[in-house]
Design a protein around this ligand. Sequence first.
Ligand SMILES: C[S@@+](CC[C@H](N)C(=O)[O-])C[C@H]1O[C@@H](n2cnc3c(N)ncnc32)[C@H](O)[C@@H]1O
Length: 341
Amino acid sequence: MAKKIIFGQFNTKRDIWLKEHIKRFIISTKAAVAYDPFAGDGHLLEAARSIGFQETIGLDIDEKLDWAKNDSLLHIPTIDNAIIITNPPYLTNYSAKRKGVYQSVERYFSNSEYDDIYLIALERMIQTQKYVVAIVPETFINSNFKQKHKLNSITIIEDNCFDDTETPVCVLCFDGRVKDPKAIKVYKNDEYLNTLRYFEEMRIKPSKNIEMAFNDSAGNIALRAVDTTDPNSMIKFMRKDELDYDLNNIKQSSRLITLININKLNRNELDLFLEECNKVLFGFRDRTKDVLLSPFKGNMKNGRRRRRLDYETARAMLEIAYEKVYRRDTLWTISNCSNIH
Ligand SMILES: C[S@@+](CC[C@H](N)C(=O)[O-])C[C@H]1O[C@@H](n2cnc3c(N)ncnc32)[C@H](O)[C@@H]1O
């Protein structure tokens, strides 16, 4: 089991990641060799053969496998006219520590600014080959990866490609050309959504001008910050008594269900405020097609990926709603005053 965790041996079993536009990208590179420096059971090279590659090359660190042995997190040999098609190992440094395997992977993290092995793998691959197609955790979209400008496209895959993990993934296609985020395409499954620039501009950040405390048992607003599997119970701001949950379970570390305290909030305005919070939330989800919300393991019953609302973005939404209610209130007062006079 430790080996499976250290080497991230979760093989890609289904080709549902190989969408038509990804196939077109691979073919457009005119590469003659499909190359997987983290080859595992070789399934991705098989997928490459199915779309016409006659030459395939695999490497792996695990000597029990039939590939030439190589530590591809340290160095990947360049191959002429090749495209990398892979699913590298995923492992964060904190999860390696929690699982007691950090010593085995420390050498990768000590020379890197990244906190997940797949980001280190991406950096190595882009250094080595111009064209790279990689299946990686969907959290990539919100990561600090420095070379996003070399991407051609990002495709969120909602179906599960694996048998032994539910990690939400996306497929990255790199073409080595430096470009503006408005030239980088974002897809969900087969559907083109928008450019990376569009999504980057849609991010909301709190200005922290309203005092509020999350995970406060005295809080007056409840937030279910994660979609349940039932499409009728998605992320929502609500009254405390609407929450079907034992509030004693809320701790400082709670990330999925919380109580939020906003002292400034007038109790009589609570329903109006909650309505506005949910309007801001639904509008955000609609405009961003969920791309900016953290993916959560497993899908809803309707196949849509479950999402989690991080507290920074939740705070920004509460601020926007507060502004709206407060302004409306002020305008109402002013207009009523002017009617009186
Ligand atoms: C997530 S699996 C993917 C395998 C295959 N690419 C696929 O998609 O089915 C990652 C593979 O990378 C290998 N691996 C882990 N660390 C490695 C390293 N430092 N160098 C080369 N291969 C490594 C593992 O043994 C495993 O086979």
